[in-house]
Design a protein around this ligand. Structure first.
Ligand SMILES: Cc1ncc(COP(=O)(O)O)c(C=O)c1O
Length: 360
């Protein structure tokens, strides 16, 4: 029986082959006699799983040797606090405000230091990214934080800000990591909650340049200190072992698909198709400026919002799940992460055309 297509923004669709593999080795991992969930995180079996996952992740993103890769808990939301706790050496940082997730990151950083919002797209309803020339950057900032993909608004940077007096770039890549190649060396720190393109919820991946570590205040609890996690190989305490293992299977799957270049080509193709269908229709609309439309999260509204409930119910009956937009913006949202096959996007486009003909 074929599975429905899951357009959830996160936790999100995982590759079917990964789910099958995990199911096949659930009660006895590679003849060890136990499941991954039951083994010691310090034993040889889990050590091999953890090391392979890190090596595959590093290879996919081309993470340079002078960067640590940390497998943590607490979600990207914890990173909103851990970043300033660890990197605000002088007590001030620059933030770009491109939507709901930027705002949350800003609010947390404001509890810990001085935040300079270098640019905000709030007046446009977060449908655009202010041009870099207009940003009011601080040459003395401890870092510049941005959200390369705003999961709710569907706004994505298709460029990386230029270096500014060596101020490290910090990026919340929760909803775009592994969707395309990234030049990690242009960033001081990258973080991402796993539950979109990496694996199950519960794991948070942090990639950080080692020279930025070790500046936390004495009073910082060790669980919030990157240096402590790096020193302990992300095993300061019991890590989320099953999520780490499953993420490792996803990394292998991405390699099997051809790596991040192949992912980027597939993702561009899927998103282009859907935006084309939206733009060619008078019934559906996407409000985001064309040059900063997200390839991962495509929000759209119906000409008649009174039909939203019917659209969602009929979509679900047609095997197209979780298309409801975020509660803060309404409308629809189709998330097209790596594991969403092109056939899923084709099925959605067909359904949208059919719905428009019948109800539009
Ligand atoms: C861009 C972005 N940042 C942060 C978060 C929050 O992540 P978490 O729920 O893992 O704390 C999300 C969740 O959807 C997100 O999309």
């Amino acid at each position: 029986m074929s599975r429905p297509y899951n357009f959830s923004a996160g936790p999100a669709v995982l590759p079917e082959t990964v789910l099958r593999q995990a199911a096949g080795e659930l009660d006895d991992w590679h003849g060890s006699g136990v499941s991954v969930m039951e083994m010691s995180h310090r034993g040889r079996h889990f050590t091999s799983i953890a090391e392979q996952a890190e090596a595959d992740f590093r290879g996919l993103l081309g993470v340079p040797d002078d960067y640590a890769v940390l497998f943590l808990q607490g979600g990207a939301t914890s990173q909103f606090a851990m970043v300033p706790l660890n990197l605000m050496r002088r007590g001030r940082a620059d933030y770009v405000n491109t939507g709901s997730w930027s705002k949350k990151a800003i609010a947390e950083a404001q509890r810990l230091g001085e935040v300079n919002v270098v640019a905000t797209a709030e007046a446009d309803g977060f449908t655009d990214i202010p041009a870099a020339e207009t940003w009011q950057r601080d040459a003395e900032a401890d870092y510049l934080h941005l959200t390369p993909n705003e999961t709710i608004g569907g706004v994505e940077f298709h460029w990386v800000p230029e270096d500014h007096h060596g101020v490290p770039l910090v990026a919340d890549m929760s909803s775009c990591i592994l969707s395309r190649p990234v030049d990690v060396s242009r960033y001081g720190l990258i973080y991402a909650g796993a539950q979109k393109n990496i694996g199950p919820a519960g794991l948070t991946v942090v990639v950080v340049r080692r020279d930025l570590l070790g500046w936390t205040r004495e009073s910082t609890p060790s669980m919030f200190d990157y240096a402590a996690h790096a020193k302990a190989g992300s095993m300061l305490n019991t890590p989320p072992t099953f999520a780490w293992y499953l993420s490792g299977l996803v990394f292998r799957w991405i390699w099997d698909q051809g790596g991040l270049d192949a992912m980027a080509a597939r993702n561009r193709n899927k998103a282009d198709k859907l935006y084309r269908a939206i733009d060619e229709s008078a019934y559906y609309r996407n409000p985001v400026a064309v040059d900063c439309r997200s390839r991962m999260n495509v929000p759209f509204v119906l000409h008649d919002p009174g039909m939203d409930g019917r659209f969602l119910a009929e979509a679900e009956a047609a095997g197209l799940l979780n298309l409801k937009g975020h509660r803060s913006v309404g409308g629809m949202r189709a998330s097209l992460y790596n594991a969403m096959p092109e056939q899923g996007v084709d099925a959605l486009i067909d359904f949208m055309g059919d719905f428009e003909r019948r109800r539009g």
